[in-house]
Design a binder for this molecule. Sequence first.
Ligand code: PYC
Length: 337
Amino acid sequence: MRFQDTFDVIYTHTEGEPLCIIHSGIPYPANSSILEKKEFLESHYDWLRLAVMREPRGHKDMVGVFVTPPSSPEFDAGLLYIDATQYQYMCGHGTIAVSMAMVALGLVPRNPDGNTTIRFETLAGPVTAEVGSDGRNSLWTRFENVPAYVAATDISVDLPGLGSLKADIIFGGNYFAAIDLSETSLRIAPENGKELVHYGILARNQVRDKFKIQHPSASHLTDMGFTTFYHAPTIEGALYKNVHVFGSGQLDRSPGGTATSAMMALFESRGQLGMNQPIRSEGLLSSGTFEGCLLGETKINGVRAVRPTVKGTASMLGTARWTIDRNDPVGAGFVVA
Ligand code: PYC
């Protein structure tokens, strides 16, 4: 046993979806952009991502975030989201949790006179969070996400056992293949996790073969990482229930903040949702909802888009000081399929 690197992390959950917050201990290069910080982490700290996201410290469905110094004065911090497979462009449940945690733990100055604003940069673009507080506790986060838009509609997917369905490709910080399960027998429920993952990966692979992703203004946003399945809600007042499958078969427990943004863009494009009309989205556990709202229209390099906000709450789980011996091949992280 060798004592090697130690890292302090904070654990939260947002409607059941975990977040491991890596807030210190990394010497990011000075004057680097958020993309350069991601490349720095990939080159020098990928062992840390793998060690905290995977077993024995994490698990297959763990999500994390590196909180970085800002790259310019217009931001307070950078957020680089990770999981056991990859870097994510953006993460909504994570932004809700990390914003509340940063205010609660004094990682950003709390506004003594009301809500606290935190200006983040992410791989998907700037995201501004507002944290509500009762003067002592962080209560909720509402964030204005990057603009959301519909990239393509009605792409056929063949899911043996479920039938031939249509996928819409939507963006809300991440790209999703959105598939309506209403006419199928498959319900979004924890006991159907394996089936949802199976079909989610199958659908994502088919859509990836048929449609090439390219964000209108950010050349590095080229991957459709998520399938989101949706059908009617089970919580009164929610607009829909959904679940996202991503990475190598991870399943989001929360309603999903990037998905809520993207789904609002989809409903708006169909004339089913107006501006300033709040909606609620339900996730896999049906434990609670996120509140979404569209602030107005915008353009991304000429492409029509909408400005989504998402509100939700998260809970603190605890902290850990991990010791990572990089010569320990098992402690370096593994996944059991
Ligand atoms: O809330 O956007 C989200 C998210 C992405 C992956 C897990 N949650």
